[in-house]
Ligand binder design. Sequence first.
Ligand SMILES: [Zn+2]
Length: 425
Amino acid sequence: MIVPGMGKEGQLRLINSRVLIIGAGGLGCPAAQYVAGAGVGTIGIVDGDVVETSNLHRQVGHATSRIGMKKVDSLITHLRGLNPLPTYIPHPFHLTPQNAADIISQYDLVMDCTDNPATRYLISDICVLLCKPLVSAASVQKSGQLIVLNCPPTPQGALDGKHAPCYRCCFRKPPPPSSMVSCGEAGIMGPVVGMMGVAQAGEAIKILASALHIPPDDSASPPPERNLHQPTLLIYTYDLDSAVGPYSFRALKMGGRKKNCFACGENSTLTLEGIKAGNPNYEQFCSVPTARCTLPPEGRITAAAYHAARERGELTEHILIDTRDSEHFSFGSIEGAVNVPFGKLLMKAAAIKRDGTPASEVLPPGLGEADAPIFVVCRRGLDSQETVEKLKELGLDHGGERRIMDIAGGMKAWKEEVDPSFPYI
Ligand SMILES: [Zn+2]
């Protein structure tokens, strides 16, 4: 209350505010702690998952003793320990197009702490239609981003060049499915996502304490004074290779509301009823990645068949290339595998095309020129198919004389079909 700019009035606004935190994970946990600590009166939390051991390094609102408990209940237990006074409302299920409007309509401000693009678009669309400010953050591996959207909240279609954008104004299309990986698959640094969650809480508290969240009404009284800043995307990158790095934070200025935005633009046809009925189709829009098979059946072998052929001694002379990143490879690999990370292989292949280096140099010395058949394995069987195609394109199949095969389904299939004890991560 004694912080300049907050005061008793700001604190009272926080007590009378209702915040919805969607996602009780790496962002939601630190965000919720600070929102609860600041004295926000009502805090709703949405999450359908349960606490797992692998969450704990970053999801600081959970505990080893609560593994298996619904994340929503675990986080509320933690928050009550910090501050028993707010009203905590659990929503122990995932947000869907069918339930989103009913839940979000009960709150003044929404914090998007989720980790999948389809839900991000859904949350933003509902916030536009219900006139709710949205504090959106995201984080994976070693970077994070944060942006305040739809604030001050403005009705759909209102355009005078001064209104804040929605998520679709900033990110018209979702990232390509191939680049979408979850934290569980790609890995994540706890402090990075924690930093973004804390920053998210800071923005939410600022908005709630300043009455910027009050939507415009139809009464004759003038709206409260609004101090609209240029929308900014905060990007945080954490460089593990650098002991000192002064440029970890960057702020990118973003444009305002877009005239032709699908959700908030002047000709938008988006409605709450439409969303509930499945229009738009968020999953399809973000097309969740599915294993694609580009190779003909004769270019592939199942993990079980490859293993059986080795056991029968039919594959004494062969080369096994593992295209996973070295961090994954270091946790375990099939006996005899040679690690050639996919990214590095692509870079080498590009250099070969560019400057005429011998094609065999795409593989470690001696392997490219040899006649022994090549088998390629990756994590899930996608990169390996591209690798097979690339090696053939470079002529390493000696005009079709040399077999180059993909192990279908990658190390995931190896664990399922051959070795359940394999430490697949
Ligand atoms: Zn928009």
